[in-house]
Design a protein around this ligand. Structure first.
Ligand code: BMA
Length: 810
């Protein structure tokens, strides 16, 4: 019996400590949900994502809350048992049935199954879940000598979503609630918790479905069906059992770009002695062999993911919760976001360790699309105590979550924590930790043991970043996954080229959310970017300064840009696009030495000024379009190399790539000055580096000429001879016309002179392309489609066109 949906009541206890009495609150509630979403729906609080409302919603996290409802239970068979199954409680809760305490919880990341047989009765029952304030629980557990952590509350003392207490891209909104499904299960004879996973040997011949069962009751029989094979196993004892069924020569599961992500149905049934089905679970599984190649070489050590023996360049991004109120996520929203990652030519998502283990729908969508998932355990940027009471929670959580996700072929990498080894080395933690534990035992022993026990087909990485040997600094060059943050924090983005990482697991560049999303969040866009309402959505200390500082050398007059929201919005958005393109193209140009490029961050928890590619409204920022080109299977890029400027062609497909490469020197108003052409062939999964000759690289008018590299089917690469802010972009001389079709509009743009970074916008519309470079005399077409079906198509006056050129002229 599902206990989700309406019919719940939320009550505030009124004990709000330092912030004073709130009085009695009683509002209708919805499960899954949380106090904030229920209070918003009832009109008690305004939406904390809008304007500066976050500050006024803080009391919610310091309050104790009770969720309650009634449910009816029909009479049930003699000897049957009743379980209350709670898939997610956020976080510190006491569960009562008819006033009888049936469970206590302190872990948002676990599922709970409570035996309530002795508490329920036939007829009407009362279910209550009493939440103590997580914020208060964290403060109490940490006391006055906390272990190091970031942001507002010591999340390292409580197994809750770390970023609910704030992060450098999200608000502080600690909440409480039943955030996943709840149901009652009545069973007799036998039942089991069922987990399934697969293994595949190295030569891809022998697949095995491994079924784990935690059996209660019995005896019974288990029937396992997979890929047309069926086996039965007698179950004579309770507790943990492992069964396996071999699947010879299965069609293997491939990531995107390598083959089909083949999946098989697997069914596990429990039968009683008469053959009656007691329980049946369905799973979608896939067979793949996963390894990380860490062979030493002249540059250090490889860090290359191998899927079914094939080395893969991981192109992707870091995933954070897509809504800080995580109960609001729906399968459709997961699919939309993952489709946007796929449309940007990504094959990998890293689920970052300060959020949540995502919903089944997330992993199922990745399975089906062949997206590789790098799954962090939920530990981030803090020292975690390894003693009780936390330790037992970590043990139970690791066991539960690995078993929950082990069925998914997409989940190929498990990672101990985000930046905790790094923090211990570099962030001055040692003096604060003294002789206390700080989590290393989790990352080096407890968590890898859980992965080995329940997901033997996946690989484990100790931390991100990490070096291959204990005792070596986690960011040692040339070894292990690396986080590249100095660039955004301190330097121009050209410095991404200073390092050739083996696997870039994080690097990012901020830009504001799209104008549409910011306008929704703030009512109107303020005139100045330092407006308090706008700054309330910038959570990185100094982030607003970085946004402007990083314009230096890229745009004329950054200080002037910083006084005008329109110009600031466009310049910082373009800067993000170019910074990320620079990093990704550099990484890809060094394949196979570099084998991964994961952008920080794909998405947002709220309307933000953040590193995301897609904002909280689901709208792609200009950077998303740039990244789509940079991650394309066929890439042409211009890279400074020792021998001088080089055209680098990257072929991330299984077919050789042949074509004609045109290298041109083009004057911004006069057009082509010099041209060379040549045929090329790039073998499958390879990189070809071609030095660009002096006819092209020796410019007569260095500030007015550009090098352009192009071939059919790839984004054009453009290189300037001087610093970006010294290029003499001409006055934008541009004509455009709008042609309305049935369900989309075509915007035809003609450039009389070179136009940089052409962006076409219209309210309520999404463009198919952005950041075009048009050379003198060229035309381009941008397709605008309505964000919502049926919306009116724009006429000429509703369309606006932006260029880089605009910054070079008043
Ligand atoms: C890394 C991440 C996050 C953070 C990001 C941007 O440290 O792991 O913790 O949000 O950088 O600062």
């Amino acid at each position: 019996m599902e206990l989700t949906g309406e019919g719940w009541t939320l009550r505030g206890s009124g004990d709000t400590g330092e912030i004073g009495e709130i009085g009695d609150i009683e509002v209708p509630a919805v499960v899954p949900g949380c106090a904030h979403t229920d209070l918003m729906r009832a009109g008690v609080i305004p939406d904390p994502f809008l304007g500066t409302n976050e500050a006024e919603a803080q009391w919610v996290g310091l309050t104790d809350w009770e969720y309650s409802r009634e449910f009816d239970l029909a009479s049930r068979p003699d000897g049957s048992r009743v379980h209350l199954v709670l898939d997610g409680l956020q976080t510190v809760a006491t569960v009562l049935v008819n006033g009888i305490e049936v469970g206590n919880t302190r872990n948002m990341h676990r599922r709970y199954r409570l035996d309530v047989t002795d508490a329920v009765r036939s007829g009407t029952n009362e279910l209550a879940v009493r939440f103590a304030s997580s914020a208060q629980a964290m403060l109490d557990a940490a006391g006055d000598d906390p272990l190091p952590y970031d942001w507002t509350y010591p999340y390292n003392e409580l197994r809750t979503m770390a970023c609910e207490g704030g992060w450098d891209w999200g608000p502080t909104l600690v909440t409480a609630g039943i955030w996943r499904d709840v149901r009652l299960e009545v069973w007799d004879t036998a039942r089991a918790d069922v987990d399934v996973t697969t293994t595949l040997d190295e030569d891809l011949r022998c697949g095995t479905l491994v079924v784990g069962l935690d059996v209660e009751g019995g005896p019974c029989e288990a029937e396992v069906v997979v890929a047309g094979y069926m086996e039965r196993f007698p179950i004579s004892s309770t507790g943990r059992q492992k069964l396996s069924v071999d699947v010879p020569s299965p069609d293997v599961w491939w990531p995107r770009g390598y083959g089909s992500p083949t999946q098989y149905d697997a069914t596990v049934r429990l039968l009683d002695a008469t053959g009656r089905i007691l329980q049946e679970t369905h799973h979608r599984v896939g067979f793949r062999h996963i390894a990380i190649d860490t062979t030493p070489d002249e540059h250090g050590r490889a860090f290359t993911l191998r899927v079914n023996g094939r080395p893969v360049f991981c192109k992707g991004a870091n995933w954070i919760p897509d809504d800080l109120f995580v109960s609001r996520m729906t399968p459709a929203r997961y699919e939309e976001r993952i489709d946007q990652a796929c449309a940007a030519n990504m094959n990998t998502l890293r689920v970052w360790g300060g959020g949540i283990y995502e919903d089944e729908a997330f992993y199922a969508a990745c399975d089906e699309r062949g997206v590789l998932v790098w799954q962090d355990f939920m530990f981030a940027c803090a020292a975690y105590p390894e003693e009780e009471p936390l330790r037992s929670e970590v043990v139970a959580e690791a066991d539960d979550v690995v078993r929950r996700l082990a069925a998914h072929p997409s989940v190929v990498v498990w990672n101990g924590a985000n930046e905790n080894l790094l923090g211990h080395e570099d962030w001055g933690w040692r003096a604060q930790i003294r002789d206390r534990t700080w989590g290393e035992g989790y990352y080096r022993e407890l968590l890898p043991d859980a992965v080995e026990a329940h997901a033997p087909g996946a690989v484990y990485v100790v931390n991100s970043p990490v070096a291959s040997e204990p005792g070596v600094h986690p960011q040692v060059p040339g070894d292990g996954p690396t986080h590249l943050w100095d660039t955004w924090n301190l330097l121009d983005y050209a410095h991404y080229r200073d390092q050739i990482p083996r696997f870039a697991a994080e690097f990012g560049w901020q830009a504001p959310a799209t104008r549409a999303t910011l306008t929704e969040a703030l009512g109107t866009l303020p005139d100045r970017p330092d407006d308090p309402a706008l700054l309330a959505h910038q959570k990185q200390p100094g982030g607003e300064r970085n946004l402007v500082d990083r314009l230096k050398g890229r745009f004329p007059d950054p200080a002037g840009i910083a006084t005008d929201t329109d110009r600031w919005h466009l310049a910082t958005s373009l800067n993000q696009a170019h910074a990320l393109r620079t990093a990704v193209e550099h990484h890809r140009s060094w394949w196979p030495r570099t084998a991964g490029s994961l952008i920080w961050q794909l998405n947002d928890v709220w309307p933000a000024l953040s590193w995301s590619l897609i904002d909280h409204g689901g709208r792609p920022k200009p950077a998303w379009y740039a990244v789509r080109g940079a991650f394309a299977d066929h890439l042409v890029t211009l890279q400074p190399r020792e021998a001088g400027l080089s055209a680098v062609l990257v072929n991330d497909t299984d077919e050789p790539w042949t074509g004609e490469l045109a290298l041109r020197r083009v004057h911004v108003t006069d057009g082509e000055v010099a041209r060379t052409e040549g045929e090329f062939i790039v073998p499958a999964r390879s990189v070809l580096t071609l030095p660009v000759g002096p006819r092209i690289t020796q410019a007569g008018r260095r500030r007015e000429e550009l090098v352009v590299a192009e071939t059919e089917g790839a984004d054009r690469a453009v290189h300037a001879f001087v610093r970006d802010d010294g290029v003499r972009w001409p006055v934008p001389d541009v004509k455009y016309s709008v042609e309305r079709k049935e369900d989309h509009a075509l915007v035809h743009v003609t450039a009389e002179v070179a136009l940089g970074d052409v962006i076409v916008e219209a309210p309520g519309m999404r463009a198919d392309t952005a950041l075009l470079t048009l050379l003198p005399g060229e035309s381009g077409t941008v397709v605008l489609r309505p964000e919502r079906e049926g919306a009116r198509l724009p006429g000429e006056d509703a369309v606006s066109l932006h260029t880089r050129n605009g910054f070079f002229h008043d």
